[in-house]
Design a protein. Structure first.
Length: 263
């Protein structure tokens, strides 16, 4: 599937340390076979939607509509520090009263809940283990800051009945998660070992595509407790991703400078 210009532009701005010029965006988009016209049209559309803004003519940064969610996504490096021991309780989000007729709102709600590690136990009721620092109060603040409707009821569940507990424990596939950690770690380690052999543009393109996939995966990782997943394996995967991201940032900073000088 071809990379969409909206996805590319927003992700570049998410990781950028400063505003990026339209000319640099055009050069970068061309690396991914995205035309200059598509890049300009996408920048204009994102600007009109408040997703990006121009602090100066021809420069772009994240806009007000995307900042909170972007900040939440960018916190993936500190995910392990946000965890605590699991006492067996759960956090529930009840949203049946919000309805399902507005499909756009429903998809957004489901995406936000997935981002916070929730999975549906029943229609209208999503749960996750209560192993996050700050518990219900901190998670409520986080969910509302990234766009979950205030009408949604967020609460602690101290005890589920036997059948519900069994179903809740099986909402996440432990084997799939652990296999992903192993596979992703190997792919990133292998790429870092050969990165110096690549030309700058190829290295930048590949590091973006690989990093984009795995950063999204860790951002949406449910961050389960050790009773439900191999947390040491996850920790090793995260550390490899941080090292990969640092290498990718260095490659992209050099490319930004080169494109800016040419522009």
């Amino acid at each position: 599937m071809a990379l969409k210009p909206k996805h590319l532009i927003l992700n570049l701005l998410l990781e950028a340390e400063r505003a990026i010029s339209s000319q640099v965006f055009i050069r970068i988009c061309q690396l991914f076979d995205i035309t200059e016209n598509s890049a300009r049209v996408t920048l204009a559309r994102l600007s009109s939607e408040g997703m990006v803004e121009a602090p100066e003519r021809g420069l772009y940064q994240l806009g007000p509509r995307s900042r909170n969610l972007a900040a939440d996504l960018a916190s993936w490096r500190e995910l392990e520090s946000k965890l605590c021991d699991w006492d067996g309780s759960w956090i529930g989000v009840y949203q049946a009263m919000l309805g399902r007729s507005d499909r756009t709102a429903l998809r957004r709600r489901e995406r936000l809940l997935q981002l916070a590690g929730f999975s549906a136990l029943e229609q209208g009721l999503a749960v996750r283990p209560n192993n996050l620092v700050g518990g219900v109060q901190a998670l409520r603040k986080r969910l509302q800051s990234i766009g979950l409707e205030e009408e949604a009821i967020i609460f602690r569940i101290d005890e589920l009945d036997g059948d519900s507990h069994k179903r809740a424990m099986s909402l996440w596939d432990r084997k799939d998660l652990e296999q992903h950690y192993r596979d992703a770690q190997k792919i990133m380690a292998d790429w870092m070992a050969r990165a110096e052999q690549l030309d700058p543009e190829t290295a930048a393109k590949e590091s973006f595509l690989i990093g984009d996939e795995y950063i999204r995966c860790i951002a949406y990782d449910p961050m389960l407790p050790e009773e439900m997943v191999d947390t040491q394996l996850r920790r090793e995967y995260l550390q490899t991703l941080i090292a990969f991201d640092q290498m990718g940032k260095s490659i992209w900073q050099q490319l930004y400078q080169e494109f800016a000088q040419v522009g």
